[in-house]
Design a protein around this ligand. Structure first.
Ligand code: PLP
Length: 407
């Protein structure tokens, strides 16, 4: 008899975005003449930068010729891209990351989901609340939690992110081994200072813990005093893994390219306390289960770092950040407390009512789709997330409608 992994049965039956899709479909069916504006799911709307498209096309042409055709590439990514990342993302900020500490992949979702495979089942996990659901669900699948009751899984340490701590969690009082942090944050849009990250690095050092730092939105940081990378913090090379993505930075959500940085100093331990190289384990995992990102996609990603690419990516991000400012201004003018939108494409708004009730009100009265905060965790109850990922015209129109509906 084939038995199933019963941990999957603990997962919450419905996924946030499918719930949203159902409500939106029902609304559209009963209001076919009302055009909907989507400021919900965090997917980009603008096309790839021309520099990336050009490199993409050229690489596809290379694949059409005997002399330049390429088959399997290195699982960890081509040197040209690993070197470009090390130079432009890290050396340019005074951070030493070697190209062979960078693992190119097809997404930060996969990497943040897969990385937990390296750790024992009894690893004590800390996740922010609210949270990008992948961190939690992949640990549920792996059997690191108990059942889901009252909005939380037994066995996880939830790091509460509230207005009181400006959505940056404090280190826990109980010991944990693996800590998920994400700054700029999805969904709250909050950022962490160097001092706040230094406290986490210190905690990890003291507790022989490991930080999984998701920096998928680092390109949206506009405040020069904020760290873009956990490796700007002294000692982080020993205790942190960092995830980056071309998805939001350069519009690669449908093209797929990301990277994970695992410094060689990063250590995990056997039950008897022997130190093991996390880099070696991840290299083994990556080369066994992954066969590399396609060559044209890696060339397109490399083009992000060309002079034209940098200008075009900056313009893309500036466009989304102009939208974020509109969302912030309009919701503030209506009297709502909010966070995010200054160094992040997400604005996190305190609704004063149940998240889904507020979501429905905006959908029904303004025909605008947002994301209910409760879908990201118990601490998201009473919030909604509005995303800046849409055209400027749609964001302005959407905010006009929301203002009229809520006024
Ligand atoms: N990490 C965070 C915090 C995200 O919000 C997302 C996507 O929304 C991802 C990772 C996924 O990135 P990718 O498209 O590279 O899989």
């Amino acid at each position: 008899m084939i038995t199933v992994n019963e941990n999957y049965l603990k997962l919450q039956a419905s996924y946030l975005f499918s719930d949203i899709a159902k409500r939106v479909a029902a609304f559209q069916e009963s209001n076919p003449d009302k055009p909907i504006i989507k400021l919900g799911i965090g997917d980009v709307t603008e096309p790839l930068p021309p520099a990336c498209i050009q490199a993409f096309h050229a690489a596809v042409d290379e694949m059409a010729n005997d002399a330049s055709f390429r088959g399997y590439g290195p699982e960890q990514g081509y040197d040209f891209l690993r070197e470009a990342v090390a130079l432009n993302e890290y050396a340019a900020r005074g951070i030493t990351i070697q190209p062979d500490e960078i693992f190119i992949s097809d997404g930060a979702k996969c990497d943040t989901g897969n990385i937990q495979e390296l750790f024992s089942t009894d690893t004590r996990i800390a996740v922010p609340d609210p949270v990008y659901p992948v961190y939690v669900d992949t640990n549920v699948m792996a059997g690191r939690t108990g059942a889901f009751t009252d909005g939380r899984y037994a066995g996880l340490t939830y790091l509460e992110c509230t207005a009181e701590n400006h959505y940056v969690p404090d280190t826990p009082s109980e010991p944990v081994d693996l800590i998920y942090l994400c700054f700029p944050n999805n969904p709250t849009g909050a950022t962490a200072t160097r001092e706040q990250l230094a406290e986490w690095v210190n905690y990890a050092q003291q507790n022989k813990a490991l930080i999984l730092f998701d920096a998928a939105y680092e390109a949206f940081i506009t405040d020069d005093s904020l760290p873009h990378s956990i490796y700007e913090i002294e000692g982080a090379r020993e205790v942190a893994i960092e995830f980056r993505s071309f998805s939001k930075t350069a519009g690669f959500t449908g093209t797929r390219c990301a990277l994970t940085v695992v410094p060689k100093e990063c250590k995990g331990y056997t039950a008897s306390g022997d130190a093991q190289s996390i880099h070696a384990l991840w290299n083994r995992r990556h080369t066994t289960k992954f066969n590399g990102v396609s060559y044209p996609v890696q060339r397109a990603a490399e083009a992000v770092y060309s002079r034209n690419g940098q200008e075009q990516v900056r313009a893309l991000i500036d466009g989304y950040m102009t939208n974020a400012a509109v969302i912030r201004d309009r919701m503030s003018a209506l009297g709502y407390d909010l966070a995010g939108g200054e160094n992040s494409p997400y604005v996190w708004i305190r609704t004063g009512t149940d998240s889904w009730e507020f979501f429905d009100r905006i959908l029904n009265d303004a025909s605008v789709v947002t994301t209910p905060g409760s879908g990201f965790g118990a601490c998201g109850q009473g919030y909604i997330r509005i995303s800046a990922f849409n055209s400027h015209a749609n964001v302005t129109e959407g905010m006009d409608r929301i203002s009229a509906a809520l006024a």
